[in-house]
Design a protein around this ligand. Structure first.
Ligand code: RIB
Length: 293
């Protein structure tokens, strides 16, 4: 069983479904409203645990009803929460999601995720030193990402940096990360002025550009490889990227090769979109292995 440490956000997703996305200044009638656990960090931790990894979450929640619900959800999914802090006086992070016209739009309010600081990572030093893989995203302060990248490089623990949501990242951090998993939009912000192919060639077996329903693309040192996605009937694509990252981490942490890990990750991500909610469709290990895709 691979040991994975996830450093990142834990939020409550407030999801509205509607036939149409409102434009600026427009009001539309929605169909439903649901609250479900989310946050890119928490999603990746839950997905990795469902796939059989031993997962520690390093994060923060607010001292509110959502914070309690987020902690309960970690417990139900067997994610260790010794390093998830409840911040006195803070509100939990929230993501305000509109599902319309087959896609989502998301506004994230960071809340307690603002307190996921280098100190939070320092406190979890022993967990990080013992991990087979560390995962981090960008719904937490940039200095925490920088600190974690330096720590993982020093400890020689592999790090997957999922640069979502997009913001510029220094070359030092990019160099220290073992794997980067931007989507096409994030890749354009990380590597301005470069084509996807040029980015991939510059970072063989390191940068994996996720292209939604087309699959994931990387350069294997000899040629560009596209690992295609599986064709499924999507119900909700929220959390597909998180499932991809988690499954990729789980497979790599178990010692699988790059191509096998990316294929496993694509299978898991494809299954994740078939049910509602970021975590609603995240599959178990058995579901990934037995799915007829
Ligand atoms: O990646 C999906 C996640 O992004 C959602 O669960 C929401 O919390 C946003 O942060």
């Amino acid at each position: 069983m691979g040991k994975i440490a996830v450093i990142g956000s834990s939020s409550m997703d407030l999801v509205v479904t509607a036939a149409k996305r409102p434009g600026a200044g427009e009001t539309v009638l929605g169909k439903s409203f649901t609250t479900v656990p989310g946050g890119k960090g928490a999603n990746q931790a839950v997905a990795a645990a469902r796939l059989g990894a031993d997962v520690h979450m390093i994060g923060c929640v607010g001292e509110d009803h959502y914070g309690q619900a987020i902690l309960n959800n970690f417990r139900e999914n067997r994610v260790h929460i010794r390093f998830v802090e409840m911040i006195t006086g803070a509100e939990s992070g929230t993501a305000h999601i509109i599902l319309a016209e087959g896609d989502n739009s998301i506004v994230v309010v960071e809340g307690a995720n603002h307190y996921v600081r280098p100190d939070s990572v320092r406190r979890a030093h022993s967990i990080i030193a013992a991990a087979d893989m560390v995962m981090i995203q960008q719904e937490i302060p940039a200095e925490t990402v920088e600190y974690t990248a330096a720590l993982c490089a020093k400890l020689r623990v592999p790090l997957i940096l999922n640069p979502a949501p997009a913001r510029p990242i220094s070359w030092e951090v990019i160099e220290k990360a073992s794997f980067l998993t931007p989507n096409e939009h994030e890749a354009a912000i990380l590597f301005p002025g470069m084509s996807s192919s040029a980015v991939l060639r510059q970072h063989p077996n390191k940068v994996f550009i996720t292209e939604g329903e087309r699959g994931v693309r990387y350069f294997n040192g000899v040629k560009e490889v596209l690992i295609p996605s599986y064709q499924v009937e999507p119900a909700d694509t929220t959390g597909a990227g998180d499932t991809f990252n988690a499954a990729f981490a789980v497979a790599l942490a178990e010692g699988k090769g790059i191509e096998e890990s990316a294929t496993f990750a694509n299978r898991a991500a494809s299954l994740s979109v078939t049910r509602f909610g970021a975590q609603g469709g995240m599959p178990t290990r058995t579901e990934v292995e037995q799915a007829r895709l």
